[in-house]
Design a protein around this ligand. Structure first.
Ligand code: UDP
Length: 239
């Protein structure tokens, strides 16, 4: 590992929506390439990268429920959506020369490896980017929870959560011009101030297992690199 990197092993959490960018397609090729270029940049620096991608650009269980789909069925549809996104990431990364492995929480052997912790560790040692697909494999959870769970299991140094805003503010920066951004905040203060960093299941897993969360803006083309080299970017939530 490069001595200049602050984090040795990270879990990058991408929401499904980032993949569609401004286009009407669920997956925008340009956006996909820009994201993968950022992943390549840090993996080439020697950082061990795990990726968890959501499925919100295609399907969310809660959306389905509003349209009359049973919640658990909708959640499985959402989990399958994350597999589609994971394969898109895999394909794009490999075309850039980055070896990857997709591990699915729901066995589908022709499509992806099953999730096996020790094997995932081995992939990282070999310089492969590991993409965790199909969420936790259970309905009623989210991909934020998946990121928190995998980060805990993999002993990752941090979860980097890519969003559309450049960090956590004391109030909604879109509604309040005087909103103030935090450079860092403790879990407890984030809870006290009801800042919705992640859903409560995901957040409490991070808190209990002391996994720091960095919230940053994916539109900044060097945000991930900056974060990994210890430059000030986004908001760090920690113990
Ligand atoms: N999902 C699930 N269990 C999991 C992870 C995801 O049931 O462990 C389903 C859930 O329906 C969720 C959908 O998959 O809405 C897509 O994931 P998420 O909403 O987290 O995606 P994002 O908002 O990050 O795009």
């Amino acid at each position: 590992t490069n001595a200049t990197t602050k984090y040795k092993r990270i879990v990058l959490k991408l929401s499904g929506e980032v993949l569609s960018g401004k286009s009407n397609n669920p997956i925008d090729a340009g956006v996909l390439e820009r994201i993968c270029a950022q992943v390549k940049e840090i993996r080439d620096m020697g950082v061990e990268v795990c990726v968890v991608i959501g499925g919100g650009n295609i399907f969310r269980g809660l959306q389905g429920e509003k349209r009359g789909v049973d919640r658990t069925t909708g959640d499985y549809m959402g989990m399958l959506a994350t597999v589609i996104n994971s394969l898109a990431l895999m394909d794009c990364l490999e075309k850039m020369g980055v070896p990857t492995r997709v591990q699915s929480a729901i066995p589908m052997n022709q499509v992806a490896e099953p999730f096996i912790l020790r094997r995932a560790m081995r992939h990282l040692e070999k310089g492969r980017v590991v993409i965790f697909a199909a969420g936790t494999g259970n309905p009623y959870f989210s991909t934020d929870t998946t990121a928190a769970l995998r980060a805990s299991e993999m002993h990752a140094d941090i979860i980097m959560k890519a969003t559309k805003v450049d960090g956590i503010y004391d109030k909604d920066p879109k509604k309040h011009t005087d909103a103030v951004k935090y450079d860092e905040i403790t879990y407890i203060d984030a809870l006290r101030q009801r800042l919705n960093v992640m859903d409560s299941t995901a957040f409490s897993l991070c808190l209990d297992n002391n996994v720091p969360i960095l919230v940053f803006d994916l539109n900044d083309p060097h945000a991930i690199e900056k974060a990994v080299t210890g430059q000030k970017v986004g908001t760090l939530v920690h113990g």
